[in-house]
Ligand binder design. Structure first.
Ligand SMILES: Nc1ncnc2c1ncn2[C@@H]1O[C@H](COP(=O)(O)OP(=O)(O)OP(=O)(O)O)[C@@H](O)[C@H]1O
Ligand SMILES: [Mg+2]
Length: 268
């Protein structure tokens, strides 16, 4: 908001009206553009730090499991596989950032969503730690969806962590996925088949004001160091970029349901 206001002032202030003042104004506008670019880089750095932080939480948890039960060879083998997966995800995030200047390098691909969700379940359990009891329900006949796999995983981890954080004293977190057909009456989305994923928690819920602001970038009610306020805005951006939507229903004491819809589509 502050950036827009500054630019408006520079354009309308009579002191920038003509002659040498025009050059001065152009220089000022160029400086503002530069500072906006820097702000965008700052926002990007926050987003990346957030994703990497989620991955590191999983790595810390995995390392702890191996440290506590070194003789349980099956568990050690399973956990080390998950650690490799987490590292691969980190690599993919770095690749994503490097390709930001060339957005066409993002790699949307046709994904078998039921396989993806099964693979993701273990990582989610590790990311959540103790406290939240996770159940993943995967419907039959899930559609294939065209998406960037690493981004989808990051979005679901973020939504699950929000659910966990809302359940201070523990509780049930349910992630369910199924196929949904939307018709003309369903506002905002083209008619057709969608993958619908609901992330449901039994936590504190949100009051109307929090709910109305929850998807704003940098809006957070968490203490410093606990949240950047980017999780939901990134999730919404992801859904909309792939032709879907993110919606939230929530009420204090009744918990929260975040619904992600992505169109069933082969990649073109
Ligand atoms: N499941 C939920 N239950 C209750 N409140 C929620 C839930 N999810 C989000 N919120 C509210 O919305 C705010 C914004 O969520 P968002 O995920 O964007 O950021 P964050 O969790 O605060 O930080 P970050 O995700 O960047 O670590 C949260 O601070 C919280 O107030
Ligand atoms: Mg969050």
């Amino acid at each position: 908001m502050r950036k827009v206001a500054s630019r408006k002032r520079a354009n309308s202030d009579p002191q920038f009206g003509g002659g040498d003042a025009v050059i001065e104004r152009d220089q000022l506008v160029a400086r503002l553009a530069q500072s906006e670019k820097l702000a965008a880089v700052g926002e990007l750095a926050c987003g990346v730090a957030h994703d990497v932080n989620n991955i590191l939480q999983a790595v810390i948890m995995g390392a702890e499991i191996i440290r506590q039960r070194p003789d349980d060879t099956q568990l050690v083998e399973k956990t080390s596989k998950l650690l490799s997966l987490a590292a691969a995800r980190g690599t993919s995030i770095v690749r994503r950032v490097l390709s930001l200047s060339r957005p066409s390098d993002r790699c949307p691909q046709s994904v078998d969503t039921s396989v993806l969700l099964v693979e993701l379940s273990d990582l989610l359990v590790m990311s959540l730690g103790e406290g939240a009891k996770l159940t993943v329900k995967i419907g039959a006949d899930l559609p294939r969806v065209c998406l960037d796999r690493a981004e989808f995983e990051t979005v679901l981890i973020n939504l699950a962590i929000n659910g966990r954080d809302a359940m201070e004293h523990g509780g049930a977190l349910i992630i369910s996925a199924h196929r949904q057909t939307m018709d003309d009456a369903d506002v905002g989305l083209s008619p057709g088949d969608y993958l619908r994923v609901d992330v449901v928690d039994s936590g504190s819920g949100m009051d109307p004001e929090t709910l109305s602001r929850a998807m704003e970038p940098f809006f957070t009610t968490k203490p410093p160091g606990k949240g950047t306020g980017l999780g939901l805005s990134m999730a919404r951006d992801f859904a909309e970029r792939f032709g879907g939507a993110l919606t939230i229903s929530s009420a204090p004491s009744f918990g929260t349901t975040v619904t992600l819809r992505l169109p069933a589509a082969p990649c073109s």
